[in-house]
Design a protein around this ligand. Sequence first.
Ligand SMILES: [Zn+2]
Length: 144
Amino acid sequence: MRDKNKLSQTSLDRLNGVDDKLIQLVTLAISISPVDFGIAYDGGVRDDIKQKELFDKGYSKKDGIKNKSKHQKAKDGFSKAFDFIPFVNGKPCMDKHYYFMIIAVMFIAADMLNIKIRSGANWDSDNEFITDQTFQDLPHIELL
Ligand SMILES: [Zn+2]
């Protein structure tokens, strides 16, 4: 038996200011995921300056000013998105197969919690995750 995966303190800290529904989602997902994961650097709440910086680097399609990202705080004071990163043998792993395994777990956990989410691998929320996206943001999960 493998040990159940658990969020590190670093990941929990990075979720500070993120909507509680998403924290519940991550907590459930990590407990059932066959692949370990954590919350990415800059993967939680972003202020306007950080969002603009990521936009300028081409990591995000939202400039943070005219186009707000769900990583920026909503009116209720909480952000509605997080980015995760798979861990394989304790190390970050960018292989897309691992991302897709975890994305599937995120959707199962969301169903269990009765919340609606969207994956950055499937912006139009159809059944097609691989070829019909113009911008694939595999780490990104947001509340709908
Ligand atoms: Zn994101």
